[in-house]
Design a protein around this ligand. Sequence first.
Ligand code: S3P
Length: 439
Amino acid sequence: MKVITESGYPLRGTVSLPGDKSISHRAALFGALATGHSHIENFLVAGVTEKMLDALTALGVSYTLNGTTLDINGKGFAGIEPAEKVLHCGNSATTMRLLIGALAGIGLPAKLDGSEGLRSRPMGRVVNPLREMGAQIETTEAGTAPLQILGMDGKHLQGRNFALPVASAQVKTALMLAALQGNSPTTILEPGPSRDHSERMLASMGASIETVAQQGKPCITVEPLQKHLTPLEITVPGDFSSAAFLIVAALVTPGSEIVLQGVGLNPTRTGLLDVLHTMGAQIEILNAREQHNEPVGDIVVRHSRLHGIEVSGSVVVRMIDEFPVFAVAAAYAEGQTVVKDAVELRHKESNRISMLCAQLTEVGISVREQPDGFVIDGGAPVTGGIADPHSDHRLAMSLLVAGLDAQGPVSVQHAEIINESFPQFLDSLTHLGARFDVV
Ligand code: S3P
């Protein structure tokens, strides 16, 4: 599928966002590990979460999915059955990393694999600490998938104290799921505040998980489970990372004013809002409220004149998935924007520094790659052009947002990759007034 933008159409109106990807993954998996029936509304139905559900089916867990309502029959850790086939995680690193932690903790033999893209992503960051806890896991020599978890013959993992070199919620969650099944407490010290959905959700299910600040860094203590996890009854908030595309779309398209309803506003996710505010963005939060242990609210966005900024330090992890679309905001902002301390972007769905810089250049944005980030000279008209997201869903959507006020069309090839995380992306923008040709 090729999608071509038409520029000059202001965005106006109200939309709701599909469920948060991270919370949906966790709700499905933690629901399966709880004992009893979990009921989850506004579950994200998309390519990556389908992979999690397929894996759970292979592990003997049953569920029904009616529209976006997921009902899952949790079997408890002990009720998970060995899969007869390889657990294929597609493009979903969250599926693979969270399953590794849960299954290694249970001591259940399993084989996991994924797409070519997922096979190139680092798994050593999960596997090595699990090995320290006593798990036996085989990977390729490069520390990547395909990988195999070996059985534990009834032995339990040992609790450990970890200081993670990289702030990663996937690694943290994998270790927490293993630690819940260990024989002594585990502590996980993070270099910065990665998303804390797992801590919130598992604590609400009865797990003993506590976070304290240690020299300004989050340190999480996980006690081995004393009783079963209780099932979930939740509505998943709208995905802030999906909202980010619409937020930047409205900011850069003259005449726009939009409302995004029921969006997750967990502070470990909303670094982009802080940065955009500093750049001069007119963004307001209405109806701020708590929904099943997660902050949510409605976001009002108006077209704004933005100026360049430096982004570095601890905000980077709080907006780790938003850099592709942030780069588009920077291209439309007056002056220079510098991104530093973001080398982790090289390990995402694509090398999100090299690939982002290459594809933004294709559509006429002035960007220079740096070892740990990039520099954008903003304010010049975006000329338009032909780009290829190289199987990166967020890059595909960001390039289309770049075309909304460009001089000429932006044409994005292989745009079907958008369905991995935000299948309603084009419909939502079209509902707000944008126009695209889909070929
Ligand atoms: C996620 C954590 C982040 C993020 C990914 C989802 C999660 O990855 O980029 O899209 O759900 O835990 P890392 O943990 O690798 O930073």
